[in-house]
Design a binder for this molecule. Structure first.
Ligand code: 0FX
Length: 255
């Protein structure tokens, strides 16, 4: 049996949990390939984070909601494989102990595990990229199946790097989905535990102290790490108490 046909032949039931519209829609496009049995993939998002059912040929793919903390063994038992495509919930130990669970993470483990890896990567200059790994119960942690870095240029904002990361995520999923499904891969453990950032660490960063002294390099790096069009991140309070949002525009001179 070829690797490509295994999912079809074995009728593997896959539970995909995603809180990210882009990855969800790109994944559905991927499943249009005839080697996948699209009907065997069931989609969920997290409570409080409803995604729009994606439009596709012949209708819309249904997407339910699942609260993993309160899900039963019966629910876990319905699937052979759990795939987290930016699922914002931590997988419970009972789930990771009983089923193969894989996470597609927009960061280069073990650096800046957790929230918004490229923001912290621009700030602390740790590598950024994509890691696909087995889930072991700790945040963005567990045996690595594959990973790849993306470059960060001096004129990049957080959005620029994130866009590059998302493109790489789709590329790696396209390349590796057959082996992710079949389990025919080798994993490795990173040498260190790395570091973790939480949402509250990002929120803390957002408030600027106008009297803080920085070099230009530090100030520019900080502002580009916080610039993501569509989100108002960095801010300060002026003397009158007005809250003022700040972002940066960077442009590389074209030859
Ligand atoms: O889905 P996702 O890209 O990823 C997040 C975590 O970063 C990731 O480590 C975790 N595995 C996954 C489950 O959740 O997050 P997002 O769609 O909420 O945000 C995408 C980017 O948008 C983020 O990297 C930075 C930017 N952003 C987001 C928010 C909510 C901001 O700049 N400001 C914000 O307030």
């Amino acid at each position: 049996m070829t690797q490509q046909s295994r999912q079809k032949e074995e009728n593997l039931k896959v539970c995909v949990i995603t809180d990210n519209q882009f990855i969800y829609e790109q994944f559905l496009i991927l499943l249009e390939e005839p080697r996948y049995e699209k009907e065997s993939f069931v989609f969920f998002s997290s409570p409080g984070n409803p995604l729009c059912p994606a439009k596709e040929a012949g209708g819309r793919t249904r997407i339910g909601q699942v609260d993993l903390k309160h899900a039963t063994d019966d629910f876990f038992g319905r699937y052979d494989l759990f795939l987290s495509l930016h699922c914002k919930q931590l997988f419970p130990q009972a789930l990771v102990d009983s089923r193969r669970c894989i996470n597609v993470h927009p960061g280069f483990n073990p650096y800046n595990r957790g929230w918004y890896p490229q923001v912290f990567g621009i700030l602390n200059q740790y590598p950024v990229g994509v890691t696909i790994h087995e889930i072991d119960g700790k945040l963005d942690h567990g045996p690595i199946i594959l990973q790849r870095q993306v470059p960060v240029y001096s004129w990049d904002t957080s959005l620029d790097v994130y866009t590059r990361i998302q493109q790489l995520e789709v590329e790696l999923l396209r390349e590796s989905l057959p082996v992710l499904l079949s389990g025919d891969y080798r994993t490795f453990q990173p040498d260190t535990e790395g570091n973790v950032n939480l949402e509250r660490d990002f929120k803390k960063l957002c408030r600027l102290d106008p009297d803080q002294t920085l070099t230009w390099r530090e100030a520019i790096d900080f502002l580009r790490a916080m610039t993501f069009q569509g989100y108002r991140n960095a801010y300060f309070y002026d003397k009158e108490g007005n809250k003022v949002f700040v972002e940066i525009h960077l442009e590389k001179e074209q030859p």
